[in-house]
Design a protein around this ligand. Sequence first.
Ligand code: 6GU
Length: 224
Amino acid sequence: MRIDIITVQPGLLESPFSHSILKRAQAKGLLEIQVHNLRDYSTFKHNQVDDYQFGGGAGMVMMMEPVINAIELLQAKTTYDEVIYLTPDGATLNQSMANQLSLKGNLLLLCGHYKGIDERIREHFITMEISIGDYVLSGGELAAAVLVDAIGRLIPGVLNDETSALFDSFQDHLLAPPVYTRPEEFRGWKVPEVLLSGDHRKIEDWRHTQALERTQQRRPDLLK
Ligand code: 6GU
């Protein structure tokens, strides 16, 4: 999968993909990520990319020309399954969306800034609009990083047995059960006996019960 990201703040996306699982996904050739500075696609003076909004009011709007120029130049080189606009008024990201997107070919992400982008870009170029939750960020960059992380780790072949996504929280609409590692006892705090029993059937039952209880207590909405 190839993911291209168009942004006015490329610096914000310099390092999030250079670590851990996403780094390995790229090293394995399963994922390629390219960040593009929107200003490089402006043909205006001072590489202008935003302007005052018609009708008045505070806040700038990202102009059509640089954004469309960037989208079309990238589309000439790569075929994208989705052109995704990161915006607080998009559909809220969840695990099922991440699963579906991880199976796509290539994605083009556009990070919103200021008051957002000219509505006509949304009408004519954007195929999906995604938010990462009900709070406002200064721009779509950190949301794009979250989206790429959530998708990247699910791309077939990226995770191994040890990091398998099968038992992630949300994977079957349940939160993950508690986990423990050495030592067996610390300051008198013991690891649940069942986990030391070696009885894998019993351990799986215990984990499932814990996951259910935890979900019931913390996120009953997931069980409905
Ligand atoms: Cl995608 N962008 C911004 N600016 N704020 C957000 C968001 C996106 N998702 C949640 N808050």
